[in-house]
Design a protein. Structure first.
Length: 310
């Protein structure tokens, strides 16, 4: 991304909802060199075409065709045009955008400089845009103009090393915002957070941290973590005695290990060496654990890929 910041190349951000694509678009705008103007966001899912049309008219210097200003006079020049939820753009707006974008050789007309030389288009989508093109729901020519540089933004569950860093940042931020004490996360809560899948990604983490800061107690936020990550033990199955407690603990750890191994294999498309490296264990240790758990050494992700290729 640092290499891209020195250019005005269009950037496409792809990833699940809530992974921070909007934040990344602001980062690109803030640190880009040679980009002059303001950051303007167009929500393609909610825009009827008026806002996008106004932005394109502002860029190319045409007279506004609309009587009302959808941006309420707040924008004089556009440095970064952020098209959020790009896949939701209507066919009419897709055509309009395509014909407004330069093809890489346009240097302006009527002795005027090309306005796109100081403007960058950043787009985001939670869909597979190439699939949308193949299904003829998105223009192929527009895709190739906007996806010059593509970044896959990983979900939070695939970047758990960042979890506590982001959570602590949000905790301090919300504590300052609400003028409340900044209580550090207890170690027991941190462990539970690490084993949660965070399907809502950063948005879900924000809600979790905000609730923790306001309520100030671990017990008040545990309900926000998915029940499938709870220890599968009920009062009817737990009796007194250290032996049973050890058995429950051992089974829980085995289930956690199995889940982590399966997740690592899926993330690395069944590559055992890469999975072992991501888990922080040796290749031989991974093989032994998989054999003990009855997991096949050829992961189902590889089988599925091979069947698709055949």
């Amino acid at each position: 991304m640092r290499r891209v910041l020195g250019t005005n190349l269009p950037v496409l951000l792809q990833g699940e909802s809530g992974t921070g694509k909007r934040t990344l678009s602001r980062f690109i705008h803030k640190h880009s060199k040679g980009i002059a103007g303001q950051y303007v966001r167009v929500n393609c899912a909610a825009d009827s075409g008026t806002c996008l049309e106004y932005c394109l008219s502002t860029l190319v210097g045409n007279e506004r065709k609309t009587n009302s200003d959808p941006l309420q006079g707040k924008v004089d020049s556009i440095g970064t045009l952020f098209l959020e939820d790009l896949a939701e753009l209507s066919p009419k707006s897709q055509m309009q955008l395509f014909h407004s974008l330069p093809d890489g050789h346009d240097c302006g007309t009527d002795n005027r400089p090309n306005p796109w030389t100081t403007t960058r288009v950043v787009s985001s989508t939670s869909r597979n845009l190439r699939h949308e093109v193949n299904e003829k729901r998105f223009r192929r020519d527009l895709f190739y103009r906007l996806a010059v540089v593509t970044f896959e933004v990983p979900p939070l569950r695939n970047r758990m090393n960042d979890l506590l860093i982001i959570a602590d940042h949000l905790r301090l931020q919300y504590s300052k915002h609400f003028s409340l004490p900044s209580r550090a996360f207890p170690d027991s809560l941190v462990e539970r957070m690490r084993y949660h899948d965070w399907p809502g990604n950063i948005h879900e983490l924000e809600n979790f941290v905000c609730r923790y800061v306001i309520l100030g107690a671990e017990g008040q936020v545990l309900s926000l973590l998915s029940p499938e990550n709870e220890t599968a033990a009920t009062p009817s199955t737990v009796s007194s005695g250290g032996k049973l407690l050890k058995d429950v603990t051992r089974r829980t750890l085995e289930n956690v290990e199995r889940e982590m191994i399966l997740r690592a294999l899926a993330q690395h498309n069944g590559n055992l060496k890469q999975a072992a490296h991501s888990l922080g264990i040796s290749y031989r240790t991974l093989l032994n654990k998989m054999d003990n758990m009855g997991l096949p050494r050829v992961h189902h992700a590889v089988k599925r890929r091979e069947s698709l290729e055949s």
